[in-house]
Design a protein around this ligand. Structure first.
Ligand SMILES: [Fe+2]
Length: 573
């Protein structure tokens, strides 16, 4: 039985599962080339159907990640905000009218939209709750028979945080926290306070910057903005920091008085901004740990699954993993809203239809893949010279080039699902070179100097590099690097001595594992610097995307499967 899952409001995506097992999953942005694509994911759906060699008529159920009729709570929030200030009411009301008109009501047309575009089909369409889809996306493909599940984001229909327990093929909702109390909205509002852009997904920048600051304003955030009480809830005081006003770069007097003027976009970043980022990050972490301890008490479970945009905060995850009493953790690679398409499909298969679990997600390679012939055809059209080499020759050669300082655009197998490059569409470089972070960030990726870069490493070497066993295939945890190892790999160690590794197994990505192993044979270092293969756009998807990036950016070599292009081999004209 084929089930299609859809995410359609932002970070749009489609997932196809067959008898409970993923066949294909991809974000629409990878095809449209628009970051965080909002709108119906036509091309992602087409890709999913093509991957399985089926038509829409073969799909029996479609799961949608949102219930568009849950509007009352948001409307009440808007009315309440009018008592605080007219500006707050306006920020909510404007957004609300636009959302209802264009987005929510439009969701009722999705079944027709599907049939109009992909042909007649008798599928049953299911509107499912957003946070339950997040929960399903994590638990049903986790290695656990039973687990506590915590999902947290900006907001779903009205819920921002959901506490669940999963047992076999069922998820039971235990508790929910609703708007305006939202960890995701707190962090997004801080993102705009520091002059970044929440709509561009700039929350990563706050986390990166936080490592450089001091928690000077921590008490202010914890006492006035994001507070906890004995009941296990948290409160976001929007009279001090309001997400809706922050969208328009407006901030209440209460926060301006405490932290000074918000940073304008483009204004130089100072220590003051680092300190705000650090304080807000610390406040988020401590609130999150408080909630994780609550769900431990509520469930007594040993395993924890997490999803929702907040679950991408890898520094927070590192602390949760090390400071809370759970034994085991699972976060799948598309933990944000794109992942809800997977969750929606799994909700239908398990929760609605009662089917048993039969699958654990151990890798992220669910996107499009291309043959050597397709890669060569694209290179020929682009007029690029290349040589085709078998892996036995290619992988040692690449390892040597990287060890000699080259930056390589590595295009290998099916594209990653989720925002992290995990060795399918990656820039690879030498982690031993301290200057490599600056070269990659500023000369290749044209982005801020402080953005951290991460290692992909042979999973067998966790103990050696971190001093503890660590198994994270999806790069969602920050962990301290062993003291004696830090100076060996300066390009991938953050200023505070931590790193965010991807542990690569022979099983999950044998070809990538072999490349890293070749680098280890040459240098003794069992890891490579890995960052996403893109420059100011979504991660490359097709050979054409990779070639366009090669032609417009400054890196040394492009590898499309077994075909190697060197920068010096560009044919002029
Ligand atoms: Fe979400």
């Amino acid at each position: 039985m084929y089930i299609l899952g859809l995410t359609t409001l932002g970070d749009s995506a489609a997932t196809l599962i067959k008898d409970g097992v993923p066949v294909a999953a991809a974000e629409e942005e990878r095809f449209s080339r628009r970051k965080h694509h909002a709108g119906f994911p036509f091309r992602a759906i087409e890709f999913c159907l093509d991957s399985a060699g089926i038509k829409l008529k073969d799909v029996e159920h479609v799961g949608h990640y949102w219930k568009p009729w849950i509007l009352r709570h948001k409307a009440m929030q808007a009315v309440r905000s009018a008592f605080v200030s007219p500006a707050m009411f306006k920020a909510r009301a404007d957004r609300g009218v636009a959302q209802v008109g264009e987005s929510y009501l439009g969701m009722f047309k999705h079944p027709k939209r599907l049939r109009d575009h992909f042909g007649p089909s008798d599928f049953k369409f299911h509107y499912l709750e957003h946070h339950q889809c997040h929960a399903a996306s994590a638990f049903f493909i986790s290695p656990f028979d039973s687990a506590a599940i915590l999902t947290w984001d900006g907001t779903g229909e009205d819920t921002t945080t959901l506490f669940c327990r999963g047992k076999q093929n069922r998820i039971e909702v235990l508790k929910r926290i609703k708007l305006p109390h939202s960890l995701g909205q707190f962090y997004s509002a801080v993102t705009n306070y520091i002059g970044f852009d929440m709509f561009a997904g700039d929350e990563w920048k706050v986390m990166g910057l936080a490592a450089y600051g001091k928690p000077k304003y921590y008490d202010f955030f914890r006492e006035r903005v994001l507070t906890t009480n004995g009941s296990g809830d948290f409160h976001l005081n929007y009279e001090v920091l309001d997400h809706h006003l922050a969208k328009h770069y407006q901030f209440p007097e209460a926060i301006l008085k405490e932290l000074g003027p918000a940073r304008n976009r483009g204004e130089e970043l100072s220590e003051h901004h680092w300190d705000i980022a650090c304080s807000a990050q610390r406040a988020l972490e401590d609130t999150a740990i408080y909630l994780v301890k609550q769900i431990k008490k509520m469930t007594g479970e040993e395993n924890l699954c997490m999803a929702g945009g907040v679950a991408f905060n890898s520094v927070m995850n590192g602390r949760i993993f090390h400071e809370t009493p759970f034994e085991n953790f699972y976060v799948q690679p598309a933990a944000g809203d794109a992942g809800c398409s997977l969750g929606a499909a799994l909700m239908v298969w398990h929760q609605k239809l009662g089917n048993p679990r039969n699958y654990v997600m151990k890798h992220a390679y669910w996107g499009p893949g291309f043959t050597n012939d397709e890669c060569r055809a694209a290179l020929d059209v682009a007029g690029l010279e290349y040589e085709t080499l078998a892996d036995e020759e290619l992988l040692p050669k690449l390892a040597k080039m990287i060890a000699d300082g080259a930056i390589v655009g590595w295009f290998n197998g099916r594209m990653e699902w989720g925002p992290r490059a995990l060795g399918a569409r990656s820039f690879l470089a030498d982690p031993r070179r301290a200057d490599m972070r600056e070269i990659l960030n500023q000369k290749v990726k044209l982005r801020e100097w402080f953005r951290p870069l991460a290692p992909s490493m042979l999973e067998e070497h966790g103990q050696e590099v971190f001093g503890v066993e660590h198994h994270d295939p999806f790069m969602i945890t920050v962990i301290a690097v062993a003291d004696e190892y830090r100076s060996k790999i300066p390009a991938v160690v953050h200023v505070d001595g931590t790193a965010r590794p991807q542990m690569v197994s022979k099983e999950a990505n044998p070809r990538y594992w072999r490349l890293i192993n070749e680098f280890k044979k040459l240098t003794g270092i069992p890891l490579l610097l890995n960052t996403s293969f893109n420059v100011q756009e979504p991660i490359v998807c097709s050979p054409q995307d990779a070639i366009a990036t090669f032609n417009n950016a400054s890196f040394d070599a492009l590898v499309l499967e077994n075909n190697l292009v060197l920068r010096t081999h560009v044919i002029p004209g």
